[in-house]
Design a protein around this ligand. Structure first.
Ligand SMILES: C[S@@+](CC[C@H](N)C(=O)[O-])C[C@H]1O[C@@H](n2cnc3c(N)ncnc32)[C@H](O)[C@@H]1O
Length: 228
């Protein structure tokens, strides 16, 4: 069953998600199905999305719901644990990781307040496992003042992402931008309507290769240097 169909036929706990997110989840999360993975979902809502991830990821997945609302404890069941606290509290997040180990998947569907989203990302992203995924939802709030947002306003998560694009490409900036851990551990960034997804992975030496018979039409010795 696709995730979308599972959502549409859900008669268990409430799930609250934008419909266009479902192909995004399928695209970035399907490779984790039936693996021994740890998923953090920040923001439990009615508890249904935690159950959705459990069904989608299969019997070996561990789902950890993070929420500021103590009532969310009632969502605990086999494979689903709950931690109550503020997503912007790094000590709290560290305590969770001490128990669960590094998350493979983080889905931030919490407060959507810029300060909180930024703090969670800064703390958790470096701690996500080396081939993991970090997904931030509802980033239309990056443009909404009541969430600390605003168009091109400094400090919004979308503005941070614009800088992170340069950081991702730092190896090619002729030393203008110093490569960071983010440069070395991020394979790709994906932008959708309201959603940003980061795919982690280690780079080997970055090198452009030309393999096959030499061509007079396409002379690689006349091409600009591709490695830094
Ligand atoms: C949009 S709902 C989550 C919906 C759920 N993920 C779903 O897909 O059905 C947002 C949740 O974030 C929680 N929340 C709000 N501020 C938070 C914070 N600072 N830290 C952790 N959770 C927070 C709320 O209590 C609420 O349960």
């Amino acid at each position: 069953m696709t995730l979308w169909r599972d959502f549409l036929t859900n008669d268990k706990k409430l799930i609250h998600k934008w419909k266009h997110y479902f192909p995004i989840y399928e695209h970035h999360l399907s490779r984790f199905t039936n693996q021994d993975v740890v998923l953090f979902e920040i923001g439990c809502g009615g508890g249904g999305s935690l159950q959705l991830w459990k069904r989608f990821l299969g019997p070996h997945a561990r789902i950890l719901g993070i929420d500021i609302n103590p009532a969310c404890r009632s969502f605990e069941e086999d494979q689903i644990a709950i931690a109550i606290g503020d997503q912007s509290d790094c000590d709290f997040l560290q305590k969770i990781i001490n128990t669960t180990g590094a998350p493979d998947i983080v889905i931030d569907d919490g407060s959507h307040v810029m300060e909180h989203v930024n703090k969670s990302f800064s703390f958790l992203y470096p701690r996500v496992s080396r081939n993991g995924v970090y997904l931030v939802e509802d980033m239309h709030t990056s443009y909404w003042e009541e969430f600390g947002g605003g168009v091109r306003r400094e400090g919004t998560f979308i503005e941070k992402c614009k800088s992170l694009i340069d950081e991702l490409n730092a190896d090619h900036t002729r030393a203008a931008i110093k490569p960071t851990d983010f440069t070395h551990t991020t394979l790709s960034m994906h932008f959708y309507d309201s959603v940003v997804v980061f795919e982690k992975g280690r780079h080997t030496v970055k090198r452009a290769l030309a393999i096959g018979q030499p061509s007079e039409i396409y002379r690689t010795d006349r091409m600009p240097e591709k490695s830094p």
